[in-house]
Design a protein around this ligand. Structure first.
Ligand SMILES: O=P(O)(O)OC[C@H]1O[C@](O)(CO)[C@@H](O)[C@@H]1O
Length: 254
């Protein structure tokens, strides 16, 4: 079942998501957090860092696994997701860096890297709380439309739409990698709890399609209807296509 929470704006969405993560870490100090990258989660990470500094919430025993990484970009590349995570979050918390995990985009044997990542998640005891953004085409992680829901961590060829959407972070469109490693939809669905964030009008169509409730690989995020504990926290702009009376505190049953 999907629970929908409407936030007034990006900042309120970020505070609400951060509060859920902080509660999770306090309840279970060695929690396994599944983390995402992109613009949407940046405010959440900012809130976590501020709380860590002000209130001392500790991440010393937390373990993290990230959703995805570009193939060909290493930790020192400013556009790699490992670099992003170190810069925006890990380097500003007290989490030991060896307890943070991102797929290795430079692995020589990428298929083996995907299998290693699946084993790693199992060895950590599974993901307690997985954060997700959503692509304009409804992708989660880098699982593009058409990806079977049974897919584990795998190498994906990125769609033009995704490469265009992410080109803003690169010097030019041609610099956006063509391939990525991503947790699969089956991997994501194994998480005990999932929180999906959406902000801005460019996400409104994907959120409206998701809340229509049709479960189809054409909209990868629709797989979330198959999970028992999903919360969507979205701002007003992202909910612009959802009728008002359906919004606040709505539990969405198909
Ligand atoms: O938050 P953004 O930048 O819109 O990205 C949304 C989603 O797309 C990805 O960046 C992949 O393109 C995901 O990692 C992210 O969750």
């Amino acid at each position: 079942m999907i629970k929908l929470i409407e936030a007034a704006d990006y900042d309120e969405m970020s505070r609400q998501v951060a509060a859920i993560i902080i509660r999770q870490v306090k309840e279970k100090p060695d929690a396994v957090l599944g983390l995402a990258t992109g613009s949407t989660v940046l405010g959440t990470y900012h809130e976590l860092v501020a709380d860590h500094r002000q209130n001392g919430t500790s991440y010393r025993r937390v373990r993290t696994v990230n959703l995805d990484e570009y193939v060909g970009l290493g930790p020192d590349h400013p556009n790699s997701y490992r670099y992003y995570m170190n810069h925006h979050l890990f380097g500003q918390l007290d989490i030991p860096i060896d307890q943070t995990h991102v797929p290795d985009g430079l692995a020589v044997d990428l298929d083996e890297e995907c299998r290693r990542y699946e084993r790693l998640i199992d060895e950590l005891g599974g993901i307690d709380l997985q954060l997700l953004g959503i692509g304009r085409n409804g992708h989660i992680g880098f699982n593009e439309p058409g990806t079977p829901f049974s897919t584990a961590t795998h190498v994906v060829e990125l769609t033009e739409l995704t490469r265009e959407a992410n080109a803003r972070f690169f010097p030019s469109f041609d610099d956006v990698p063509r391939y990525a490693i991503t947790m699969g939809i089956a991997t994501i669905l194994r998480s005990r709890r999932i929180v999906l964030l959406a902000s801005g009008e460019e996400k409104a169509e994907a959120i409206a399609r998701l809340l229509e409730g049709v479960v189809t690989p054409d909209l990868p995020a629709s797989a979330l209807h198959l999970h028992p504990d999903v919360t969507i926290i979205a701002d007003r702009e992202a909910l612009a296509l959802i009728p008002k009376e359906k919004r606040r505190g709505m539990r969405h049953d198909r």
